[in-house]
Design a binder for this molecule. Structure first.
Ligand SMILES: CCCC/C=C/CC(=O)SCCNC(=O)CCNC(=O)[C@H](O)C(C)(C)COP(=O)(O)OP(=O)(O)OC[C@H]1O[C@@H](n2cnc3c(N)ncnc32)[C@H](O)[C@@H]1OP(=O)(O)O
Length: 393
C-alpha cells in the first residue's frame, strides 16, 4: 500500500494493533491455577491475532485495543487526549467505556473475540460476493477506455467508495489524461452498491508534522485542485450514478454535463451535520440548478434527495430502473460517443467558458472557508463521533 493510504493504514495499525501485538503481556497479576490458564489463553490469543489473514476492520481493532488495555492495565487511568488527537481520543474512549470490568473478564472477552475472528478468517462467509474479495485496496481507482468512452471507476466498494487522499490525486491524474485521450466521452462511476460516500473521514486522522493547521491547509489545496479539474474538463463528462452519493460526490455533479442515475441512488450533502460547508462549487451551481430554497434545504439542512427528486430539481438528467440501469446507460453512451468529437468539445466550451472564471472564484472561496471549518470544534466532534462509531448519516 503506497502514499497516503499506506500512511493511514500504518497509523490505524500502529494505533489499534501495535499494543496488543507487540507489547509483551507483562504486569499481569497471576493468582491461582484458573487464572494461570486464562493468562496462557490470553498470551496465545495475542499471538494468534498476528496470524489473522484478513484485516478485522477498525471497529474490531478498537475493541481489541480496549480489551487489551483493560486486561493488562485495568480500568482506564490516563488523562483524556485533546480533541484534535483523533486516534488517541477514540482509543481512550473505547478503553474508558469498559469502566470497571475486571482484568480477568477483559482477558476472557479478548480471548473469545480473537477466537471468533480466527474461526471466521479460516472459513470465509459463503454469502460474501466473490468480486469484493478480489478487489485489492490498492486498486481504488480503475481507468479503462473502449467504445469511445474513458471510464473512471471508484473502486473501494467495501468502504462505499469513500475518497482517500490518494484517490483525489489519482482522479486528478485520470482526468488530466482523459482530457487528452482519444475517447470523445469521459464517465465517472462507482463499483458496488454505492456511487460514493464522499470524503473518507479517516483522511483527517493522520496529522502531518505541521499539525491540524497544516492538515487543513493541504486539504484545502487538494480540494481546490480536484474541483478545478472538473471545472476545466474540456470534453463531455458524464456521471453514471450507480447508487447513493454523499458529500463531495454529490456537489461535483453540478459540474458534469450529464448525470444518469439508478432509481436506487440518493443524493445527500450533510455538511451542517459534519460541521462543514459546501464545496464542489455547489454554493453557486445548486441554487442555479434548483433554485435557492431547494438548494438551501440540501446544503444547509442536509435534506437527502431520492433519484426522482434530484431529477425533478435538475441535478440528475434521467433516472433508470436499477434492473436495466447499466444496460440502458452504456448503450446510450456508446451511441453518443459516435457523434463528432470536435463539435461536442466546442459546444461544451461555449457553455462552460461563460462560467469558468466565476466557478474558479467560487471554488477558491469554498476551499478557504472549509480550511477554517475543518479546524472547528463542530467538525472535529462530528468526525470523532463517526470514527468512534457513535454516529452515521
Ligand atoms: C480533501 C477534500 C475534502 C473534501 C470534503 C468533502 C466533504 C464530504 O464529502 S462530506 C461527506 C463525508 N461522508 C460521510 O460523512 C459518510 C460517512 N459514512 C456513513 O455515514 C455511512 O458509512 C454510510 C451512510 C455512507 C453507509 O452506511 P452503511 O451502514 O450502509 O455502511 P457502513 O457499514 O457504515 O460502511 C461500510 C464501511 O465503509 C466505511 N465508510 C463509509 N463511508 C465512509 C467515509 N466517508 N469515510 C470513511 N469510511 C467510510 C465504514 O466506516 C465501513 O467501514 P468498516 O467496515 O471498516 O467499519
Amino acid at each position: 500500500m503506497a502514499g497516503f493510504a499506506g500512511r493511514l493504514a500504518r497509523c490505524w495499525y500502529s494505533g489499534f494493533l501495535r499494543s496488543p501485538l507487540q507489547v509483551p503481556a507483562l504486569g499481569l497479576h497471576v493468582g491461582g491455577p484458573a487464572m494461570q490458564t486464562s493468562q496462557k489463553d490470553f498470551n496465545n490469543a495475542v499471538s494468534q491475532l498476528k496470524l489473522l489473514k484478513e484485516d478485522p476492520g477498525n471497529e474490531v481493532k478498537l475493541k481489541l485495543y480496549a480489551l487489551y488495555k483493560q486486561a493488562t492495565e485495568g480500568p482506564c487511568n490516563v488523562p483524556k487526549p485533546g480533541m484534535l488527537d483523533f486516534i488517541n481520543k477514540t482509543k481512550w474512549d473505547a478503553w474508558n467505556a469498559l469502566g470497571s470490568l475486571s482484568k480477568e473478564a477483559a482477558r476472557q472477552n479478548y480471548v473469545d473475540l480473537v477466537s471468533k475472528l480466527s474461526a471466521s478468517s479460516e472459513s470465509p462467509s459463503p454469502e460474501a460476493p466473490a468480486a469484493d474479495k478480489k478487489q485489492p485496496e490498492s486498486d481504488s481507482l480503475v481507468v479503462t477506455s473502449g467504445d469511445g468512452i474513458t471510464t473512471i471507476r471508484l473502486n473501494r466498494p467495501t468502504k462505499k467508495n469513500a475518497l482517500t487522499t490518494q484517490m483525489y490525486h489519482d482522479i486528478i491524474a485520470a482526468l488530466q489524461a482523459a482530457s487528452k485521450d482519444e475517447s470523445p466521452i469521459t464517465v465517472l462511476t462507482g463499483s458496488g452498491d454505492y456511487f460514493c460516500s464522499g470524503n473518507d473521514l479517516t483522511n483527517f486522522t493522520s496529522l502531518p508534522a505541521g499539525g491540524p493547521e497544516e492538515m487543513a491547509r493541504s486539504s484545502a489545496v487538494l480540494l481546490r485542485d480536484f474541483v478545478n479539474c472538473f471545472i476545466d474538463f474540456p470534453k463531455p463528462l458524464v456521471a453514471v450514478v450507480n447508487g447513493p452519493a454523499v458529500g463531495i460526490s454529490v456537489t461535483i455533479l453540478g459540474l458534469f454535463d450529464v448525470v444518469y442515475a439508478t432509481d436506487r441512488a440518493t443524493f445527500h450533502t450533510p455538511f451542517s451535520h459534519l460541521g462543514q460547508s459546501p464545496e464542489g462549487c455547489s454554493s453557486y451551481t445548486f441554487p442555479k440548478i434548483m433554485g435557492s430554497s431547494k438548494a438551501a434545504e440540501m446544503l444547509l439542512f442536509g435534506k437527502k434527495l431520492t433519484a426522482q427528486e434530484a431529477c425533478a430539481q435538475g441535478l440528475v438528467t434521467e433516472v433508470f430502473p436499477d434492473s436495466t440501469f447499466q444496460k440502458e446507460v452504456w448503450a446510450r453512451l456508446k451511441a453518443y460517443s459516435k457523434l463528432p468529437p470536435n463539435a461536442m468539445r466546442i459546444s461544451k466550451q461555449i457553455i462552460r467558458d461563460r462560467e469558468k472564471e466565476k466557478l474558479h472564484a467560487v471554488n477558491a472561496e469554498e476551499s478557504n472557508v472549509l480550511r477554517e471549518r475543518w479546524l472547528s470544534d463542530e467538525c472535529m466532534n462530528a468526525i470523532a463521533s463517526f470514527l468512534s462509531r457513535k454516529s452515521k448519516l
